[in-house]
Design a protein around this ligand. Structure first.
Ligand code: UD1
Length: 358
């Protein structure tokens, strides 16, 4: 079976690493295509090294742009790759613009599409990722879900049960594999007790007044906050002249996967608007405050350590204080977040291929 995997931005890399390893172990012929949506070395190359991902055979180098430009460029540049290589299957990951673009091109060429991390819904169509999720799921042939809520969402949208495979979370596969390596890292000296912050969603960073109020609030937290800054966020912070460190808020460059994992593991709490970090903190049993009105990962609230604080700075301060005073949400294990999700995906895909050739 020949398989093309498409990745484009940071969170895709951890997911593809797990799936490609599982399929390589079963002898699939695989080609990795990077769309180039993320292109800075710190946002891309270093992840390939740490995750033991092969260097992409093809880089479409689409770079940044408006949603229409980015999606259209991936489509234009990906189509000839498929006509040349004629794979049996294209695997896409997550919910970024590259995911939808690659799925559209493949399905129009009659090539089967597998969507890893299918079925997640924030039910908020102002998020570009929500549009990408809904449309990618509609045109995919294999929908691999990370949690039960995702299965219900897909069934509710009329997607055939036959296409849905509930396999668990591939991001957690990679975390389980690499956590021992992350724990062995020698890190620069860290404060005894610190919070870790990430923020990059348009809803949080494109609105300058909100972002400055958020950062001002965090400057008054009584423990240091380590803040690896996404390029999108850095642009805004520089525009507003907010980049000076304070005792509490410490600006860092974007961190590689292992370093970030090590920092999460030792954090007193994590404040974020990322999807993947909500999952990782739940698995690591670290308190997480999500600065969003909604989440496509409700399982991390129901079963995990995550709390949604919305756009409410008073609530954010109160929840931070509660955690620092020792109040922790009790967290349980999420079913199938067990390090074997990618193996289940490989079994489904290669089982299907064998059935087709029989
Ligand atoms: C994208 C995804 C988002 C994901 C995030 C992870 C979409 C719609 N959004 O958002 O779901 O959570 O990746 O990081 O696909 N930039 C750089 N260097 C880079 C990449 C980006 O400087 O390597 C800057 C550019 O100014 C760019 C901006 O960041 O305009 C935003 O990048 P983009 O790829 O459009 O979206 P993200 O905000 O990274």
């Amino acid at each position: 079976m020949s398989i093309v995997h498409v990745v484009g931005a940071r969170p895709n890399f951890m997911k593809a690493a797990a799936v490609m390893r599982a399929l390589a172990g079963r002898g699939a012929v695989q080609i990795l295509v990077h769309t180039g949506q993320h292109y800075d070395a710190g946002m891309s190359d270093v992840f390939f090294e740490q995750l033991d991902l092969p260097a992409p055979e093809i880089n479409l180098a689409v770079g940044s742009g408006s949603h229409a430009q980015q999606t259209a460029e991936v489509m234009l540049r990906f189509e000839p790759v498929l006509t040349q290589h004629q794979p049996d299957l294209v695997v896409v990951y997550g919910d970024i613009n590259s995911t939808l673009a690659a799925a559209l091109v493949s399905s129009k060429l009659g090539i089967a599409v597998a969507h890893v991390e299918a079925g997640l819904r924030s039910h908020d169509r102002t998020m570009p990722e929500e549009i990408n999720r809904i449309l990618t799921d509609q045109i995919s042939d294999f929908l691999f879900t990370p949690s039960e809520d995702a299965v219900s969402n897909l069934l509710g949208e009329g997607i055939s049960e036959k296409k849905i495979h509930h396999v668990g979370n591939v991001m957690i596969d990679t975390l389980i594999r690499l956590l021992p390596r992350a724990e062995r890292l020698t890190l620069p000296e860290l404060p005894d007790r610190y919070a870790l912050l990430t923020v990059h969603r348009p809803a949080n960073v494109d609105d300058c007044s909100w972002l400055s109020r958020l950062l001002l609030t965090l400057r008054h937290v009584r423990i240091p906050i380590l803040f690896p800054v996404h390029p999108r966020t850095r642009k805004q912070i520089e525009k507003m002249g907010l980049e000076g460190d304070s005792d509490s808020l410490r600006f860092l460059q974007p961190l590689p996967y292992l370093e970030f994992l090590a920092l999460q593991k030792r954090a007193a709490l994590v404040i974020t608007d990322s999807g993947g970090i909500q999952e990782e903190t739940t698995f690591l049993n670290i308190p997480c405050l999500t600065v969003r009105e909604n989440t496509e990962r409700p399982i991390t609230i129901a079963k995990g350590t995550n709390t949604l604080v919305g756009r409410d700075l008073l609530r954010l301060r109160t929840e931070i204080e509660r955690i620092l005073n020792g109040h922790r949400k009790p967290a349980g294990a999420v079913p199938l977040w067990d390090g074997q999700a990618a193996a289940r995906i490989a079994d489904v895909l290669l089982g299907q291929a064998m059935a087709a050739s029989a």
